[in-house]
Design a protein around this ligand. Sequence first.
Ligand SMILES: [Zn+2]
Length: 287
Amino acid sequence: MTIKNYLKNASNEKWALGHFNFSEIEAIRAIVETAADLKTPIFVGTSEGERKHVGVKEAAALVKAFREEFGIPLWLNADHTKTFEGVKEAVDAGYDAILADFSALPFEENLRLTKQSVEYAKSKNSEIIVEGELGYVRGDSKLQKVIEIKSEDLTKPEEAARFVAETGVDMLAPAVGNIHGIVTESKEKIDAARIADIKKAVGENIYLVLHGGSGLSEADFKSAIEAGISMVHINTEIRIAFTEALKKSLAESPDETTPYKILDPTVVAMEEVIGKKLKIFGSINKI
Ligand SMILES: [Zn+2]
């Protein structure tokens, strides 16, 4: 089955594919082992910063090796790629999906560069999936106190319809009250009615992606998926699980100098977070 087959099933059956970021082998191992255990199709992603750390070609080679070893539907996404050069590099390296994110630019400029990205990606790989982003999802993949969302940040359904029709994207990341990272002193409010309106405007063959899933409740995810979300991104929560486990490991074994022994507990900690999310997303036993 192709990525699109899975997206179609997810959309029709009201579940979502999980997308988790990695920048070191512990995270990708935790993601793939958990997905294999739970028999769930899975996306791994690297942001521009994460890609710089792992290497673009190295990330593609790692995913290929994990896919062969575990035999599950596993795909690699170039998360938040903010230049056309970056899109080209990831497509050429063999990424399975690209998020061409020009959402910081004015609408027409976003549309033009996203369209150019889709044309390049599909000319090199007819199976590749391209996601565009429209609206402004604030925040970074870390803990933050308060983030104020403005009404002009939110994606407008009629603009979304025009954007997907003219760019040719397969997936769209809307701004629907979500933020990147976790806020500790304010509360995120997901606008499920807006998700449903956008889904209706873009049509059943365009799949909606919820970014900034970290920090959201089970009820938030369920209402977002019910309203039309087919993929959820989680990064901050596994970053925190990794860092906390690493600090604990170093504190408990101050004389340990073997890197893999120091790092092993981080895999267990991330697996726990990933497993819980996949159960909420409803993608288990969907292979
Ligand atoms: Zn994101």
